[in-house]
Design a binder for this molecule. Structure first.
Ligand code: FES
Ligand SMILES: [Fe+2]
Length: 437
């Protein structure tokens, strides 16, 4: 995380003491962003830097759990001194690396009804305010030092991007779409046309794709697409203010399941992430691991045939820049749920998300009935909404590509592979002359 090289000595009045409770309050001191919180009712005020070092999620979204500041994304927990006491994905015996500790300010004190903060060691005591004291505006958090991938990166010109569901472009009809900060008009005559001219437009996997310039991406293969044992259910396309890189990272991430989806489909009491390898493949990678989950949509659970808590094999396939596939195979029932996520970087702070489920009931079972598909789609919609609620906290923020700007732990192998693949994709881009927006 980039930090200011300037020395910030002295005391800063940052908030009225009465405003600070057990919900983190963002404040600014000397141009730096912090959050204030009481870690138990009536306790002294603690101050923390504004973002979690793991994935730079604002700690204003954190909660207090058992007297510890707890990040909403992966549940990392901090004491009042900023020490990282728990990284759940590492399991009960895991030890947090030193860089996981938060660089807390030198001191924080309550005086005369105000909270005063000294970012760095200072010799003087907090001053007595004369008249009304004003707190400074909360500054933006520091920008990462290294490269960051946003939605308008010129390297993204040279890829196929999803721009509409096939069904949204009717025969004889037209449609305006946004891609990489520009508007394009699609027409369906006896073929697909696009204006302004682009390298190409085509249909694949139920979606219309547009490549502004000669594409370099490797198309995602979805074997289930042609497999008669699978039925398809589409989620309504969603829009997020998160960038496509950040969304891809969240959709690939496995360690957040108990924290973002504890109430939906995963087992909140199994936060440990088993070691899993990531195998590079042309244009991306593949990774598989086993995980616990609550099979809330398994009809066999209702009949008592199978337990609610089950094991499944989760395989993730990624193709740069923003094509993802997750295959979830229940080890108990043999049922397979494959989730295809395709992301359209529309504008700097807008990404459209196309999600398709491909469902199979497993060997010897009939095809999933329409009601089963509906239930799975509704469940996937809830899970996606939980992901998008988290992403809303980092709206418009690009994906840091340099390892030093975040803190990767064992469970983050896919996140690391994603950053590498995107870094390669960006660095290998030819110089492209961008058309005016
Ligand atoms: S625990 Fe904070 S971002 Fe992962
Ligand atoms: Fe998720």
């Amino acid at each position: 995380m980039g930090t200011s090289a300037r020395t910030m000595t002295g005391w800063y009045p940052v908030a009225r003491a009465a405003e600070v409770g057990m919900e983190p309050l963002p404040v600014g001191a000397g141009g730096r962003a912090y959050v204030l919180v009481r870690l138990s009712p009536g306790a002294e005020v603690s101050a923390f830097p504004a973002r979690c070092p793991h994935r730079l999620v604002p700690l204003s979204a954190a909660t207090v759990v058992d007297g510890r500041l707890t990040c909403p994304y992966h549940g990392w927990q901090y004491d009042g001194e900023g020490r990282c006491l728990s990284i759940p994905s590492l399991g009960p015996d895991g030890t947090a690396p030193p860089r996981a500790d938060l660089p807390v300010p030198w001191a924080v004190e309550e005086r005369h009804g105000w909270v005063w903060l000294a970012p760095e060691r200072t010799a003087v005591a907090p001053p007595r305010p004369a008249g009304d004291t004003g707190a400074e505006l909360v500054p933006p958090p520091p920008a990462p030092d290294g490269p960051v991938l946003g939605n308008l990166d010129p390297a993204l010109e040279t890829a196929w991007h999803p721009v509409a569901l096939s069904g949204e472009l009717r025969p004889g009809g037209w449609l305006q779409v946004r891609l990489l900060g520009r508007t394009w008009t699609l027409r369906r005559t006896d073929r697909l046309e696009v204006d302004p001219p682009a390298y190409g437009v085509r249909e694949r996997l139920g979606v219309v794709w547009l490549a502004p310039a000669e594409p370099r991406d490797v198309p995602l293969e979805v074997p289930e697409d042609r497999d008669r044992r699978f039925v398809t259910g589409w989620l309504p396309p969603q829009r997020s203010a998160g960038t496509a890189g950040v969304l891809a990272d969240v959709l690939l991430d496995v360690a957040h399941m108990p924290f973002l989806h504890g109430g939906s489909t995963s087992a909140a009491d199994h936060p440990e992430v088993a070691a899993h390898d990531v195998a590079p493949e042309p244009g991306g990678f593949r990774s598989a691991h086993e995980q616990w989950f609550d099979a809330v949509t398994d009809p066999g659970v209702a009949t008592g045939e199978r337990p609610l808590r089950q094991r499944r094999r989760a395989t993730s396939v990624y193709r740069a820049p923003f094509q993802l596939l997750m295959r979830l195979e229940s080890l108990d029932s043999g049922a397979v749920t494959t989730v295809q996520h395709l992301l359209q970087p529309e504008d700097a702070d807008s990404t459209r998300i196309y999600t398709r489920l491909l469902l199979s009931s497993g060997p010897g079972n009939p095809l999933p009935a329409p009601a089963d598909v509906e239930r799975e789609v509704a469940s996937a919609q809830r899970v996606l909404a939980e992901d998008l609620a988290l992403v809303a906290h980092v709206a418009g923020q690009g994906l840091p590509l340099a390892g030093r700007d975040e803190l990767h732990v064992r469970a983050d192998r896919m996140g690391v592979a994603l950053r590498r693949a995107l870094c390669d994709f960006v660095l290998s881009a030819p110089r492209v002359t961008r058309r005016a927006a």
